[in-house]
Ligand binder design. Structure first.
Ligand SMILES: C=C(O[C@@H]1C=C(C(=O)O)C=C[C@H]1O)C(=O)O
Length: 119
């Protein structure tokens, strides 16, 4: 279904391949090639492992932005910037579309701001 995956923590569970601490390589499973429930769940577990790494790193970078902006945190929330982010993501994920991505990214952004304020 997809390439061998190397778990950086050395566990058996599927995980993103991290060749270096600053690099993440993820095999993208092909939905059309998945034919069993177990394979589908294994594919989701691999994707979720990569998402977790990306979400944690995104929150850490968003926390840097909060320290650099004149007004950070929830008080400095920037709806225009958030719309730009969603529009750019909608180009890469057209099947999700801007409305669903806006909901997803609102949750991601709020969780990141929350983590920055209460680490
Ligand atoms: C990171 C920023 O601060 C907030 C958080 C954002 C994010 O997590 O992407 C985007 C806009 C702001 O609401 C920013 O202004 O760029």
């Amino acid at each position: 279904m997809h390439d061998q995956v190397i778990d950086p923590a050395g566990h058996d569970a599927p995980g993103p391949a991290c060749g270096r601490p600053d690099e993440l390589r993820v095999p993208l499973p092909s939905p059309a090639e998945i034919t069993t429930l177990g394979a589908a769940r294994a594919a989701i577990d691999g994707l979720d492992a990569a998402l977790a790494v990306l979400l944690e790193r995104r929150a850490a970078v968003a926390a840097v932005v909060q320290r650099l902006k004149p007004v950070g945190g929830f008080a400095g929330r920037d709806p225009g910037r958030e719309r730009e982010i969603v529009a750019a993501m909608a180009e890469r994920a057209p099947s999700l579309g801007p409305e669903r991505l806006a909901r997803i990214m609102a949750a991601v952004i709020e969780a990141g701001l929350d983590a920055a304020e209460s680490p």
